[in-house]
Design a protein around this ligand. Structure first.
Ligand SMILES: [Fe+2]
Ligand SMILES: [Fe+2]
Length: 309
C-alpha cells in the first residue's frame, strides 16, 4: 500500500474528510464526480417543473416565495458544480454530458405539473425526499460535497415548509381546492418513493459507496425513513396516500408500504419518462441562449487580467 492509499484509508476509517488535494483512488474520484454532477444537474433541471408556475402564482406572496425557491435551486446547482470542479471536472463538459443525455439527473423531474397544488406537493414530498437523502450527505466523506450539503439542507428545509404551508392553506379552502391537493398527492406519491433509487437488491454500487462513506444509508433504509416521516404529515393535512398496503407495523415500529412500479423507474431513468425530451430540450435551449453571456464574461475577465481572449 502506498502512503497516499494508507492516508486515504485512515481518513475514511476515522470518519474524517477527504479534501481535493489529497490522494484518492480513481474509482472514488470518478464516483464522486458522477454523483455530484448528477446532483447538480437535478437541481438545475428541477427548476423547470415549478418555474412554469411563477407567472401563474395566485398571489404576490406566493410568487415571491416560489421565485426565491427556484432561485435557491439554481444556487444549489452552482455550489455543486463548483464542488465537482475541485476534483478536476469541467463545468462546461458536465453540462454537455447532461444535454447530450450522457449523464443523468433525478427521475422525479420528468413528471408534469398540472395545477398550483403541485407546487405545494413538490415542496412537501419532493423536497422532503431530497432532505432525507441529503441530511446524511452532510457527513459524506468528501469535504467540499459535505460542506455544500449543509447549506443546501438548510434551504431545502425552507422549501419543504413553504410547500406544506401552501397545502395547509388549500386544505382549509373550498372542496375544489382540497380535490386539487388530493389529486396532486396521488400523482406525486409513487414518483417520490422512486427518488431513493431502486431496491437495495438491485443497487450494485451501494456497497462500495457505503464502504467509502460517500453514502451512509441504503436506498431502502432512506425510503422507509421518508415514509415514516410523511404518513403523520399526510394525516395532519387530511389527505390520503394512494397505497392500500400502507399500515403501521407495531412489531417493526415502522410503516409497511407497497412497492413502486420499478419498471416505470427504469423507463424514466433511461430517458423514456413523460417529459424527459422536453426537459432536456429546454436545458439545451437555455445553454444556447446563454452562450453570448459566457463569451462576454470570459472576454471581460481576459481584458481585466491583461491577457487577450
Ligand atoms: Fe435544491
Ligand atoms: Fe429544493
Amino acid at each position: 500500500m502506498t502512503t497516499g492509499e494508507a492516508v486515504f484509508t485512515e481518513t475514511i476509517e476515522r470518519d474524517q474528510r477527504v479534501e481535493p488535494a489529497d490522494w484518492m483512488p480513481d474509482g472514488y474520484r470518478r464516483t464522486m464526480i458522477r454523483q455530484i454532477a448528477q446532483h447538480a444537474h437535478s437541481e438545475i433541471i428541477g427548476m423547470q417543473p415549478e418555474g412554469e408556475w411563477i407567472t401563474r402564482a395566485p398571489t404576490l406572496r406566493r410568487k415571491a416565495i416560489l421565485l426565491a425557491k427556484v432561485q435557491d435551486e439554481a444556487g444549489h446547482g452552482l455550489y455543486l458544480y463548483s464542488a465537482a470542479e475541485t476534483l478536476g471536472a469541467d463545468r462546461g463538459d458536465l453540462t454537455r454530458r447532461l444535454i447530450e443525455g450522457r449523464q443523468k439527473y433525478s427521475s422525479i423531474f420528468n413528471y408534469p405539473t398540472h395545477s398550483f397544488a403541485d407546487v405545494g406537493v413538490i415542496g412537501w414530498l419532493v423536497d422532503g425526499a431530497a432532505i432525507c437523502n441529503q441530511v446524511p450527505l452532510c457527513r459524506s466523506s468528501f469535504g467540499p460535497y459535505a460542506r455544500a450539503m449543509i447549506r443546501i439542507c438548510k434551504e431545502e428545509s425552507f422549501h419543504q415548509r413553504q410547500g406544506y404551508e401552501l397545502l395547509l392553506n388549500m386544505m382549509s379552502g373550498t372542496p375544489a381546492q382540497r380535490d386539487m391537493v388530493q389529486d396532486s398527492v396521488n400523482r406525486w406519491w409513487w414518483p417520490s418513493l422512486m427518488m431513493f433509487g431502486p431496491p437495495d437488491a438491485d443497487s450494485p454500487n451501494t456497497a462500495q459507496s457505503m464502504a467509502w462513506k460517500i453514502k451512509r444509508h441504503t436506498n431502502d433504509e432512506l425510503r422507509q425513513r421518508f415514509v415514516d416521516m410523511t404518513v403523520p404529515q399526510a394525516e395532519a393535512l387530511g389527505v390520503t396516500l394512494p397505497d392500500p398496503a400502507l399500515r403501521w407495523n407495531a412489531e417493526r415500529e415502522h410503516y409497511d408500504f407497497g412497492q413502486p412500479d420499478w419498471d416505470e423507474l427504469r423507463r424514466v431513468i433511461s430517458g423514456d419518462g413523460p417529459l424527459n425530451r422536453q426537459r432536456l430540450a429546454r436545458r439545451r435551449q437555455a445553454d444556447e441562449d446563454g452562450a453570448w453571456v459566457r463569451e462576454a464574461a470570459a472576454a471581460h475577465a481576459a481584458r481585466r487580467s491583461g491577457v487577450p481572449a
